[in-house]
Design a protein around this ligand. Structure first.
Ligand code: C5P
Length: 220
């Protein structure tokens, strides 16, 4: 199969990263988790004691930092200024702040231009919120993957090692993030007109992978 790009968008916990990773493996493509880039900026900002609403400082920090996504032993590894922050960007503090940082237009511009460059030579499966609409509007295959908030919370809960939070709390946190992501002014989470909607509420992610591969074969 020739190289092409796949845009995979949807709300938190819909299974995007699992599906994207499996599809990328199957096709020999590169998986790019763009949420990790917003999380990396959030991590650096919090490390420096900057608050999410100190917009000028957040932008300055985002411009000065170096983010590298590379294949690691357990999937994609995230380096910030050479430091491995792969696990640290998944903390509760990051979850609580990332959607506020992701609302800042200048931060988005910066990350979107990096993401476009990463996909320029094709052969990527990129997951996020605005991939089909802003980052790769010409992607050959576009998927919008969703599931009910409860199902997404339960999935996230099962993935957690020693959850310090209940499924109900997780569902509320996910719903809050969905709301912020869908209602923001810049590049809100929205299904691209030409994206295929897949609801993973009642189907195993392995079947979603099969469906995406089918769409790839049909389109390319
Ligand atoms: O995908 P993940 O849940 O790790 O993304 C974390 C947050 O980063 C999202 O809730 C959203 O606020 C932001 N994000 C975004 N655009 C993307 C990817 C993530 O705004 N392309």
């Amino acid at each position: 199969m020739n190289k092409f790009n796949i845009a995979l968008d949807g709300p938190a916990g819909a299974g995007k990263s699992t599906v994207a990773r499996l599809v990328a493996n199957e096709l020999g493509f590169v998986y790019i988790d763009t949420g990790a880039m917003y999380r990396a900026v959030t991590w650096k900002v919090l490390e420096l004691g900057i608050l999410a609403d100190q917009t000028a400082k957040v932008i300055e920090t985002a411009k000065a930092m170096d983010i590298v996504l590379q294949p690691g032993p357990t999937g994609q590894q995230v380096l910030v200024d050479g430091e491995d922050v792969t696990d640290r960007i998944r903390s509760a503090a990051i979850n609580a702040n990332v959607s506020l940082i992701a609302q800042i237009a200048e931060v988005r511009e910066l990350l979107v231009s990096k993401q476009k460059a990463m996909a320029a030579s094709k052969g990527v499966v990129m997951d996020g919120r605005d991939i089909g609409t802003q980052v790769l509007p010409d992607a050959e295959v576009k998927i919008f993957l969703t599931a009910s908030a409860r199902e997404r919370a339960e999935r996230r809960y099962k993935e957690m090692d020693k959850p310090a939070i209940t499924v109900e709390q997780l569902e509320l946190e996910i719903a809050r993030r969905d709301k912020l992501d869908s209602e923001r002014e810049v590049s809100p989470l929205v299904q691209a007109q030409d994206a295929v909607l897949l609801d993973s509420s009642n189907i195993p992610l392995q079947d979603v992978v099969g469906k995406v591969l089918e769409l790839c074969r049909a389109k390319v």
